[in-house]
Design a protein around this ligand. Structure first.
Ligand code: NAP
Length: 314
């Protein structure tokens, strides 16, 4: 039995672990992949106060080491169910079940409080054959897979900061980068757009949406359509990097706390939920700004709320 079980070891979950452990509580972090969440693939984090020019991996590793050195324990597995129950003395607690990884047995954990810091996952393109072509030219992470396409032509899809950064990263490796966006204006920062516009091997393909993934068994191109002229064109590329933003995957926890229309945890800045003893933190929570610093802020708020709740149970 732990005092606090934290689902998700991204920046929000790791911060909650640091605050929980420093608050004298026993903390268990449960993670389905590896610690660090989305920042693990960010080559350079330069907007986190006090951590100038660090990589996402370094920053996440520092957070992880800080949490575990303070006593937080780590378990791996995908949480499939959390059930509210009671301990032998009749105190309310939670039974947390994981699916297990790579065919291994699932496990059951118990805790007096739960912090859901489940993050978000990549929004898919939504085209036929997309799932089958992951690893065969479709990727959601340019920094993870970009090196496989050194010297090739590639497409980056999306207009946010991730797409812009992916295009910039790939421009260093690839022969040519098509940056395909559905509008004629980018959502991401103007400063990066300007840098990209000056690169000879980057072509902006604006007002354009993808309509078909070409190639079998590996990607050989993408058919795109201009939404204003309806003109279609095939971009001959070996890789398609999708940067359409992130979506939550909170369905397993809808018995514990309300989700909003888009599937995010419907909770305010206090990180409380409609189930006593359950708190939420980070990008999986309904919020205006999803940034590293807002995720870690949530982690602290949720852990302090959990500590207060635990004191009330004593
Ligand atoms: P995002 O800002 O939500 O951008 C998603 C992009 O995908 C948008 O341009 C959107 O087009 C496009 N899109 C979404 N669904 C689409 C569809 N079905 N068809 C065509 N296009 C579609 O996501 P993000 O770029 O991953 O960034 C997420 C957050 O992290 C943002 O707050 C961002 O600033 C931040 N971030 C910061 C940094 C940094 O500071 N270094 C780096 C990366 C990300 P529309 O624009 O038309 O909606």
């Amino acid at each position: 039995m732990h005092d606090i079980a934290i689902v998700g070891a991204g920046p929000a979950g790791l911060t909650a672990a640091i605050y929980g452990a420093r608050g004298g509580k026993s903390v268990l972090l449960i993670e389905k992949l590896s610690y660090g969440g989305q920042i693990i693939n960010t080559p350079e984090v330069d907007n986190y106060p006090g951590a100038k020019h660090t990589s996402g991996f370094e920053l996440a590793t520092d957070m992880y080491n800080q949490a575990t050195e303070l006593g937080a324990e780590m378990a791996f597995g995908e949480v499939s169910e959390i059930e509210k129950t009671k301990d032998e003395a009749g105190k309310p607690c939670f039974k947390i079940t994981t699916k297990g990884l790579g065919g291994s047995e699932g496990k059951t954990f118990e805790a007096y409080s739960v912090i859901l810091a489940t993050g978000v996952e990549s929004r898919p393109l939504g085209l036929p054959r997309e799932e089958n072509m992951v690893g065969a030219g479709i990727s959601y992470c340019a920094t993870c897979d970009g090196a496989f396409f050194r010297g090739k032509d590639v497409a980056v899809l999306g207009g946010g900061n991730t797409a812009l950064e992916d295009a910039e990263y790939m421009a260093q490796l690839a022969n040519k980068v098509y940056l395909v966006h559905r509008r004629d204006e980018f959502r991401g920062d103007e400063i990066t757009v300007k840098r990209l516009a000056s690169k000879e091997n980057v072509e902006f393909v604006l007002d354009t949406v993808p309509v078909e993934i070409m190639g079998e068994p590996v990607v050989s191109g993408i058919k795109v359509k201009n939404v204003k002229t309806e003109e279609e064109r095939i971009l001959e590329v070996s890789a398609i990097f999708v940067a359409y933003g992130k979506v939550p995957d909170n369905g397993n926890f809808s018995n514990l706390t309300k989700l909003d229309g888009a599937g995010f945890f419907d909770s305010k800045e206090d990180c409380l939920t409609d189930t006593e003893g359950v708190f939420v933190a980070g990008d999986a929570r309904a919020k205006l700004r999803r940034q590293l610093v807002t995720a870690t802020a949530d982690g602290a708020v949720a852990a302090m709320a959990a500590i207060e709740y635990l004191h009330g149970l004593e």
